[in-house]
Design a binder for this molecule. Structure first.
Ligand code: SAH
Length: 245
């Protein structure tokens, strides 16, 4: 079922069941009453990543506070997406964009990976999670992906589940077309790895290519920026092996 795009959709931390009422946080209250100009009894959608999506009604109290009264469920909680999205952290603006787009495109778990040419190593996990929530609110994704702590590429590969295929975006491929390699994949469990602005090192690339659970793919004849590569790779992956089918 596609999401309703006419109503505001808000992520909350509370458990949600029919008939309950809770206060919205100060920022959310400001957004609902001052930005969206919602008033007494106006409808909105609420989700918490666990209990599905619900229709709520706003009840402003005074100028600065508001409560949300929960009426009925509009969509049940779907299972979390299973796609593990592994990415080298980028500089802030592009990282925000990439995380938002990855969530829109159906990433199930966000895994920052530190590679040799990474220019960014202090990663704002809170900001990544906030971006994931924002994208989920906007696009009607009900299972908000968790963001895992950053790991080094070597550690990621050592701990990798052997029955999960890791699709590695290799900017140094000999071919341009990712479709044949993706069509050959038999596993249902998938992960995707996109490198940093500086690309993968030759030794990283060599190591990745040798691993039995890795499939290297090209993304056309041009070098893409990492955030573009993320969207391109997720698109082709979802179309051939994922939930677009
Ligand atoms: N600075 C590097 C490019 C890095 S692009 C260079 O000049 O070689 C950032 C990441 O996006 C890469 O590590 C890769 O994972 C992905 N990427 C970009 N273009 C790609 C392509 N044509 N094929 C496959 N992956 C690509």
């Amino acid at each position: 079922m596609r999401a309703n795009y006419k109503l505001a959709r808000l992520f909350v931390d509370n458990p949600i069941i029919a008939g309950i009422e809770f206060e919205s946080g100060p920022e959310q209250t400001h957004y609902l009453t001052n930005v969206l100009r919602l008033g007494e009894g106006d409808a909105l959608l609420v989700f918490n990543g666990r209990d599905g999506e619900w229709l709520g009604r706003l009840k402003p109290r005074g100028r600065k506070r508001a409560f949300i009264h929960i009426e009925s469920q509009t969509r049940p909680q779907p299972p979390a997406a299973d796609l593990v999205y592994c990415f080298a952290p980028l500089k802030q603006g592009r990282l925000d964009y990439m995380v938002q787009k990855a969530v829109e495109m159906g990433a199930g778990l966000l895994q920052p990976v530190i590679t040799q040419h990474c220019q960014v190593t202090n990663i704002g996990m809170v900001r990544i999670q906030a971006n994931a929530i924002e994208a989920a609110e906007q696009c009607g994704v009900l299972a908000v992906p968790q963001c895992r702590s950053p790991v080094k590429l070597v550690a990621l590969l050592e701990a990798w589940e052997q029955d999960r295929r890791l699709i590695f975006c290799d900017e140094d491929s000999k071919t341009n077309n990712p479709v044949p390699a993706l069509q050959d994949i038999r596993e249902d469990k998938l992960g995707l790895l996109v490198g940093p602005e500086g690309g993968f090192s030759e030794s990283e690339r060599e190591k990745l290519r040798k691993l039995p659970f890795v499939t290297a793919i090209p993304l056309g004849p041009r070098i893409l920026r990492a955030d573009t590569a993320a969207v391109a790779a997720l698109t082709i992956l979802q179309a051939i092996k994922g939930d677009w089918g």
